[in-house]
Design a protein around this ligand. Structure first.
Ligand code: SF4
Length: 362
């Protein structure tokens, strides 16, 4: 089958197989433009000319992490000289800042601190709701849920219910990385296995707690591993419909153990970032939204992903220590909506502010 036939069939409703997706990931030369055009057509069928963003703020409570993943430059051991943990006053100050900025979503993006418990997470959410009651809390990965549930000696469904009752709005789809255990052994051996991540995502969706899905690509995985990952995510979505969007996380290699130990030479190239965006858009026919991460790609490459299948610019952020600590350059702290507006209008698209669950503020 040729690339053109495969893309034409996909535009006519053919559901890509894993092998076909692996083939698409490998496309090079000017053929990549055919791929981008097909992905852009599907994107516009679903979203028109709209590009969305959410006014959000990250709070990095701690970089102390039990997992110390090999692809991460952010997580630190408790005894590390670079380890930090914000105190109550600093966390509350950041929540007050978020309120003053008109932020509609607060994300906790932290290490999985070995001493944190379910009660710790409830405490953080209580502070948020005391200060900014209307804000949506987007927090905690399946790995974090698994960890605090095991510490509390309760099933993960019960932990999820407790977190929901304490005000959790949506679960983070992080810790998925690539849901292939052979890859996880190299890049994140201490994290939950693929089956556990999937089970917790399904449990959350079953309880009515929606989540993002993520792919962290460009480490040691093969194109077929990436396709296996996407297939797993697509199957969950077929059954639950609980994912709000697929979030693409391009590996930033500079200050990571994988790079320092010579296990990777570099992170993904610009071709790979754009092609991966397009393949995600084409493969995930049951997703409305594909989100790109401007702190990881930079503003200029991010703009090009909006012509290759992506329709969501994520958030204003205000802080992204995870990318900064891995050596990602550029403006990883804050992206003003006026700059988002500029990169959208420059390609003939319209920027629209959304809520976490994609309600629009037109
Ligand atoms: S990716 Fe997350 S879990 Fe892994 S070391 Fe970094 S902060 Fe910890």
């Amino acid at each position: 089958m040729t690339l053109r036939t495969l893309l034409a069939d996909t535009l006519n409703g053919h559901r890509l197989t894993e092998e076909e997706a692996a083939f698409l990931f490998s496309v090079t030369g000017t053929d990549v433009y055919d791929l981008f055009i097909a992905a852009d057509k599907i994107c516009r069928r679903k979203n028109g000319d709209r590009i969305t963003f959410v006014r959000n703020q990250n709070i990095h409570i701690t970089n102390i992490c039990k997992n110390l993943c090999n692809f991460c430059g952010f997580g630190k051991a408790k005894k590390s000289l670079d380890a930090y943990q914000l105190g109550e006053e600093e966390i509350k100050k950041q929540i007050r800042d978020a309120k003053e900025r008109g932020v509609t979503e607060i994300c906790f993006l932290s290490g999985v601190h070995p001493d944190f418990t379910l009660e710790t997470y409830i405490q953080f959410m209580t502070w948020v709701h005391e200060i900014h009651p209307q804000v949506h809390i987007h927090a905690f990965s399946p790995d974090e849920v698994d960890y605090v549930a095991r510490k509390a000696d309760i099933p993960t469904t019960k932990a999820l219910k407790i977190l929901m009752e304490a005000g959790l709005g949506t679960l983070q789809g992080t810790a998925a990385e690539i849901l292939v255990d052979d890859v996880r052994k190299t890049i994140c051996p201490a994290k939950v296995k693929s089956d556990v991540w999937e089970r917790i995502a399904r449990e959350a969706h079953g309880l009515g707690l929606r989540s993002t899905a993520t792919i962290m690509y460009g480490t040691t995985e093969s194109y077929l591993d990436r396709a296996n990952h996407l297939n797993r995510i697509r199957s969950i979505q077929d059954d639950t419909g609980g994912f709000t969007e697929m979030v693409l996380l391009s590996f930033i290699h500079y200050k990571t153990p994988l790079f320092e130990r010579g296990l990777v030479k570099t992170g993904p190239t610009g071709r790979d970032d754009l092609v991966t965006t397009a393949v995600c858009r084409l493969f995930l026919d049951n997703f409305d939204h594909i989100q790109v991460s401007w702190p990881k790609l930079g503003i200029k490459l991010t703009q090009m992903t909006l012509l290759a299948g992506a329709d969501d610019l994520a958030g204003t952020m205000y802080l992204d220590d995870v990318t900064g600590e891995a050596g990602g350059g550029g403006t990883e702290e804050y992206l003003d909506p006026s700059e988002m507006e500029h990169i959208c209008s420059d390609i003939g698209r319209t920027l629209v502010e959304r809520t976490t669950l994609y309600a629009k503020f037109e």
